[in-house]
Design a protein. Sequence first.
Length: 378
Amino acid sequence: MEKRYLFTPGPTPVPPEVLAAGAEPIVHHRGLDFRELYGRALGRLKEVFRTDSDVLLFTASGTGAMESAVANLCVPGDKVAVVSHGSFGERWIAICEQHGVEVVPLRYAWGEAPEPAEVGAAVREAGLDLVLCQQSDTSTGVVADVRGLKEAVGDATLVVDAISSLGAVPLETDAWGIDVVLSGSQKALMCPPGLAMASVPEHVLARTMPSRSFYFDWRANKAAQDKLDAAFTPAVSLIRSLDVALGLILADGLESAFERHLRLGRAARAGIKSMGLELFSPDNDSAAVVTAVRAPDGIDSDDLLLHLRDRHGVTLAPGQGQLKGAVFRIGHIGWFDVFDIATALSAVELSLIELGADIERGVAVPSAFEAFDSSVAA
């Protein structure tokens, strides 16, 4: 039997008690026992989203939450702004185009963070009232300043894809005036894939169009959740797991989670740089979700990932789109600690040596531990 290691930015490893909760006997989704569980999970979601507004819960991947926003806030022919700085910004554009929505793309080079003042000026110049963006784009490791973006776009409705960032980096939905926040279960929330969420306040519901999605109709789902019901059969086992995972996060405290992710990012970057490798993701504390690394000369990153997986049982994430074959990515959101970072770095070092790369040996793990420990007082 070969031990497998998962170090991707989603799906992420899941705590045993969360897995165990999902293995409990199935309950009926209209029964009182599920309603109690459902209500508790929905309440905990509001705490993690840091909002007093309803958080709608769907059985879907995070992309389902993205599509729900377009289906409820737009009609064909509408014009919206999309802030794109990576693969998932391009996904916003694809979803809009699929729905017949005209996109004004505000594109930044992959690896570059959006500039709020530029975005605000472009939105005002185009006369737009809906802006779609990512907080974290895991294809590049860039975490955008969504607080600054909201301040810059003013009264325009800002929809933030926080699928990989919720629970990993600060996001104050209500305090920052963010209109809609979307997320998914399989990232920092430490659950299996299959649940999507959208925080939708009353002022946003008031501007919704008749939904062009039967399943993702925000009003229908809210009406059901108001009665502690679900509009359609939910993934009851996943919701049970989510309830446990959210309980773990809140018991430890969101601030503790933010600090841990920040320190893990520092450890990963220090280990990578000590080997003589070049970061693609930003070399600062904003990169707390994923560390993206340029493959060394003569090494295709996809070949490296196959070697890691097939020879050592270690799974990292590949480059996406224009970065395919050029970068690899180490995720550190959710149920990760510094020993996971040490394992990932050791595997990268060993595999690169086996593939003939010229790197510094034996320094990655000590550098990572030093960065992790020194950040306690930073």
